[in-house]
Design a protein around this ligand. Structure first.
Ligand SMILES: C[S@@+](CC[C@H](N)C(=O)[O-])C[C@H]1O[C@@H](n2cnc3c(N)ncnc32)[C@H](O)[C@@H]1O
Length: 379
């Protein structure tokens, strides 16, 4: 087994911006192949990637070392070819998923596991050669940090891309980099999915009773998630909140824009979230005027930065530096699976404010050099 290629899965439409990011952050990787939502790169022999390598790429939803692709006329035959590629790789999990069919939120599409992926996963697990099947391989379960995952991306129903990775940061533990989030009937907007994922990914240490302010809160899906967590939430938005949110005893609306509030009115809040449909520069200007007030002690931020024009993505490193300059030393960004043409930024004043990591499993390291980004919010 000698993986010379890396595959990266991203949002449909984000391939170009992902390629630019890879060229900037990992110049040794050479673009090889792409389909909407799926891109591969050649890894140079002299700079191999470790199987738990992190990428400094906001737009990479998940990635792995490629073993090649299989094609065929039946899933059973393709599964047999897959196991030939996997050889005697010791595995803890298999993750199988389809590349996105559309932009999240478009025509009812949401990323995540499909019936086809589940079915193919079962066929793959059942077709595992007896000699390597010491115990059943879990299919599409969340992996623990340190476990090795066989990846099967259904790039087309009859063309699967096979790879593997060792789970490390949170998204690398989820099948296809997408957390399983139940979307309850009472959720009033997609903001419910975005905020649920943002909290899982960022491990922002919110606790019941904490006070949080959201700028751009209407109609209120994201506030519902915060309220479910027991937070006391203030929503700032000139638009109408959904009555289901307004009626919650721990919710208060300020029906205005933040410019109309005195900065010191933000003194009471521990957390600030922003989800306004304005340009990133405008979002950052608003947040800066709040957090730079000496009476305001907001510990953590979750910001949605809209990218109506993909060219704005070039400025992401500057945006993150600007946030660090406000005194938030731990800053990280990701295009969440449930984001649309936008990214999520988490910022914390101090490392000690992180939520404790999930228990990490002891593993043997491979001989390849580890390439880790400065990933302050992960263990
Ligand atoms: C994407 S929606 C927010 C969705 C919301 N977070 C949810 O989960 O349902 C964007 C909101 O930003 C609000 N908005 C735009 N500019 C604003 C500003 N300067 N201050 C406050 N809200 C603003 C809009 O009225 C709109 O309701």
């Amino acid at each position: 087994m000698d993986p010379h290629f890396l595959f990266i899965v991203c949002q449909r439409g984000a391939e170009t911006v992902l390629k630019q990011e890879v060229a900037r952050e990992h110049p040794a990787l050479r673009f090889a192949y792409s389909r909407p939502g799926f891109v591969t790169f050649k890894v140079p022999d002299e700079e191999p990637l470790a199987e738990d390598a992190e990428l400094r790429c906001v737009f990479a939803r998940t990635h792995g070392l490629s073993l090649g692709n299989v094609q065929g006329d039946t899933a059973q035959r393709m599964a047999a070819s897959l196991w030939q590629l996997a050889g005697d790789l010791r595995l803890d999990h298999v993750h199988v998923w389809q590349r996105d069919a559309a932009m999240p939120g478009e025509a009812g599409f949401e990323p995540g596991l499909t019936p086809l992926a589940e079915e193919v996963g079962q066929i793959i697990a059942a077709g595992r050669p007896a000699e390597s099947a010491r115990r059943p391989l879990p299919v599409n379960r969340v992996a623990r940090s340190g476990q090795r995952v066989l990846d099967c991306v259904l790039v087309e129903p009859d063309q699967w891309w096979i790879g593997y990775h060792r789970a490390a940061a949170m998204p690398s533990r989820w099948p296809g980099g997408v957390p399983k989030i139940a979307w309850p009937a009472e959720a009033v907007s997609r903001g419910y999915l975005k905020m649920s994922e943002a909290l899982l990914w960022s491990r922002l240490p919110v606790a019941p009773g904490d006070r949080c302010v959201e700028i751009g809160s209407a109609p209120g899906g994201s506030c519902q998630v915060l309220l479910e967590r027991g937070l006391r939430v203030t929503g700032i938005d000139p638009a109408e909140m959904d009555p289901a949110v307004l009626e919650h005893p721990n919710f208060t609306q300020v029906r205005a824009r933040p410019v109309s509030l005195k900065r010191r009115e933000f003194r009471a809040f521990r957390w600030l979230t922003v989800d306004t449909n304005v340009a990133p520069q405008h979002t950052l200007d608003t947040v800066e005027t709040i957090v730079s007030n000496p009476q305001v002690r907001i510990r953590g931020l979750l910001l949605t930065l809209k990218m109506p024009d993909w060219e704005l993505a070039e400025a992401i490193p500057e945006y993150l530096q600007r946030i660090r300059d406000w005194g938030y030393h731990y800053v990280n960004a990701r295009q969440l699976a449930f984001n649309r043409q936008e990214i999520c930024v988490v910022a914390l004043r101090t490392r000690s404010l992180r939520r404790p990591p999930a228990p990490r499993q002891r593993t043997r390291r491979t001989g390849t050099p580890r390439q880790r980004m400065d990933h302050p919010l992960e263990p």
